[in-house]
Write a protein that binds this ligand. Structure first.
Ligand code: TYD
Length: 213
């Protein structure tokens, strides 16, 4: 059985840096790792990513946005994540279905039950074994970005506060799968917290380890 870990959090919380560091740490310990991200990771996903992040089309409806993220997720799940898990890899995914609950559900206000149905269709019911929520004050996190680059970074701070609230609700409702990591300190400190959370899990999963060179 393989291990599927997602990283969640608002923009500027350092997810992508931490996903890379966690991947490197696992590889140093001999694990085979597939690192990917949403939206993206497949040819269709990359096209949708460009559109969803960069489009100046302010008229994209919340419903269309939901379905585009779900389309990207469906491709990524079937073409990348499931095959990697079958091969015994640890899969590290920078955002997964919970981003949709936080952003399109709590952020945009779409009904949570509709989102659950769409997410289920997109993932085929696959859920991460562990969700690492990198939590910090969104206005401080946004200050880490030099200037807003995409549609979501241009959203008002209240939007990002709703997203954070949504994430914390999700974490509270499923503490066995979620770990909230304080991401307000240095990147090195966050890396340490993440490793402290992930390393005890590794023994519990019978992962195929790389044979030493
Ligand atoms: P990305 O650059 O990956 O985010 P980050 O700033 O965290 O590095 O951009 C993805 C954006 O898309 C991000 O603002 C969150 C948003 N998003 C959703 O609104 N819903 C989703 O389901 C996903 C996966 C992302």
């Amino acid at each position: 059985m393989a291990l599927f870990i997602s990283l969640e959090g608002c923009e500027g919380c350092g997810k992508s840096t931490q996903a890379k560091r966690l991947t490197a740490g696992l590889q140093r310990h001999g694990y085979r790792v597939t690192r990917t991200y949403e939206p993206g990771g497949t040819p269709l996903g990359e096209q949708l990513r460009r559109y969803l992040k960069k489009s100046r089309d302010a008229a994209i409806s919340a419903e269309a946005e939901l379905l585009l993220f779900a389309a990207a997720r469906s491709q990524l799940t079937r073409n990348v994540i499931l095959p990697a898990l079958k091969q015994g890899h640890v899969v590290i995914c920078d955002r997964y279905a919970d981003s949709t609950v936080a952003y399109q559900g709590y952020g945009r206000g779409l009904p949570l039950d509709t989102i659950a149905t769409v997410n289920h269709l997109a993932t085929g019911g696959l859920q991460p074994d562990l969700v690492l929520l990198l939590d910090m004050d969104p206005s401080r996190a946004l200050q880490r970005k030099k200037q807003p680059r995409d549609r979501f970074e241009h959203e008002v701070v209240e939007f990002h506060e709703r997203v954070r609230y949504g994430y914390l609700e999700l974490a509270r409702s499923d503490p066995s799968r979620w770990t909230v990591i304080d991401a307000s300190g240095s990147f090195a400190r966050t890396t340490q917290y993440i490793w402290q959370t992930v390393s005890p899990l590794l023994d519990r999963y019978s992962l195929l380890q790389q044979s030493p060179e």
